[in-house]
Design a protein around this ligand. Structure first.
Ligand code: GCU
Length: 457
């Protein structure tokens, strides 16, 4: 398998290689995967029926040598002629003041994203009660930390057949004398027995500090939030988890929230807990995620105003990559049975009968919803990570959010020209850096932390 593809399919490959360690486990794992796939296809079909859609266009392949490989040629990427203007109201009037943005234009954009793209987060969601399941003092490298395992129990009294818990860990420096800033990271959950490869060694032969150790070195803390603890990462799970609980186990309606919105809801509840924990400075909580969790991080930042900063890793299609660009992953891929669950059912329409050009919003407006708060857009190298994520498409998501940042008195990316690899664009409140590594935020942590310093000092 080509490296780039492996990296993109990392969660799945990781699971496969882990279970390969014992064959019985592997057989059971594959059977479970197959059953999830079938149930997802059935739910996807049910949504197509609700939408009255007979046929869908299929997306290109992520395998660069496939005959239908996704486009990786920049000269063929910009087939669209216009992007929705974040500063023009639906009635054609120009948005000329911050007040107009907050009271008129922003609500219009939110409504479009809610109805057509990510779905509507229900009103009156059940209460979450946090339990500190354990608390321990431990060492992370050279740093003493206090780690709490936390469980957010979701009130399921309206539908006791489903039990939903939010799982996360919080680690803060043990020697802190005051509440500390915290980065919340969406964490992948690996199957039992799976171990990540050790971090690369530095010139001195010592392993490079992990992102957690980089935070601890600054005196900051970190949360790892496990989104699949409360909403599964597949269509089969849409009748379970928090989405299923609210729908009492019934399938979604076309404008119901998708998994990304559900994950973001959990991050909001995690923040509710952090506001009650005296180790944490809850005004300085950021969100980080990679890939599908990069999409989730962007959606979280856009919809949860208490999140102070965003580190959006390789979010690609459905994240901050311009949907209309014909480069890398396409709307059609996300509308397929493998990924539609991230979005509102309505999003499928844009893979037939409609097209991405018919979307009332595009990804730059998701970044604009984060304004005026700082956002750092991260991507890896096209040769190592691959071109599926569309580095330039994400860069443009940042560029075209610029007018909104400027209207709110903040600084945009500072350029509209795609920078050379490893050039940090960090002088504005929208930042961008393409690192030389693969499908990870890893190599961008030092640059992100220097950027975050400006806000969290
Ligand atoms: C697939 C998917 C992407 C996603 C990625 C990931 O490649 O097409 O949209 O971001 O998986 O989460 O690793």
């Amino acid at each position: 398998m080509k490296k780039s593809i492996f990296l993109l399919l990392f969660p799945v490959c990781a699971a496969l290689s882990a279970t390969a360690q014992d064959t019985t486990g592997r057989a059971a794992f594959l059977a479970a995967q197959d059953s999830i796939r079938k149930l997802s296809v059935a739910d996807h079909q049910r949504m197509l029926d609700q939408l009255g859609i007979r046929t869908l266009r299929s997306g290109p392949s992520g395998n660069p040598s496939a005959p239908n490989a996704a486009n990786a040629d920049e000269s063929k990427a910009t087939t669209y002629t216009s992007l929705p203007d974040p500063l023009v109201l639906k009635n054609g009037k120009k948005v000329t003041s911050a007040r107009m943005w907050w009271t008129q234009r922003r609500p219009e954009i939110v409504e479009d994203f809610d109805r057509e793209v990510y779905g509507r987060t229900p009103a009156n969601l059940p209460k979450v009660t946090w339990e500190v399941a354990s608390e321990s003092r431990e060492m992370n490298g050279d740093f003493p930390v206090i780690t709490k395992k936390l469980i957010g129990h979701v009130d399921n009294s309206t539908y006791p057949a489903l039990k939903v818990d939010i799982e996360m860990t919080l680690s803060t420096p043990a020697n802190a004398t005051k509440p500390v800033p915290v980065m919340m990271s969406y964490g992948f959950r690996f199957p039992p027995g799976f171990r990540l490869p050790p971090p690369p060694a530095s010139a001195s032969g010592k392993p490079e500090p992990t992102w957690q150790q980089q935070l601890l070195a600054k005196g900051w803390g970190y949360v790892v939030l496990y989104p699949t603890s409360y909403q599964a990462d597949n269509g089969a799970g849409l009748t379970q988890g928090i989405i299923g609980l609210v729908n009492k186990g019934r399938p979604r309606k076309p404008d119901d929230w998708g998994t990304l919105k559900a994950w973001a809801w959990g991050a909001g509840r995690a923040l509710d807990y952090l506001e009650t924990d005296r180790a944490v400075d809850a005004k300085k909580v950021g969100i980080e995620g990679l890939s599908r969790y990069g999409k989730a991080a962007a959606v979280t930042m856009a919809y949860e105003p208490r999140i102070a900063i965003g580190f959006i890793g390789s979010s690609g299609e459905g994240g901050v990559k311009i949907h209309r660009r014909t480069f890398g992953e396409q709307v059609e891929n996300v509308a397929s049975a493998a990924e539609y669950h991230w979005m509102a059912g309505n999003f499928i329409k844009f893979a037939g009968p409609l097209t991405p050009n018919d979307l009332p919003v595009d990804a730059h407006e998701l970044v604009a919803l984060c304004a005026p708060r700082p956002v750092f857009i991260s991507v890896g190298s096209p040769t190592v990570e691959g071109t599926w994520v569309d580095a330039k498409g994400m860069f443009l998501g940042g560029v075209h959010a610029g007018p909104v940042y400027r209207l709110l008195g903040k600084k945009d990316l500072g350029t509209t020209e795609f920078p050379p690899m490893e050039t940090a664009l960090v002088d504005g409140d929208v930042a961008f850096r393409q690192h030389a590594g693969g499908h990870t935020t890893g190599p961008n942590w030092p640059t992100f932390l220097a950027f975050a310093d400006r806000y969290f000092k």
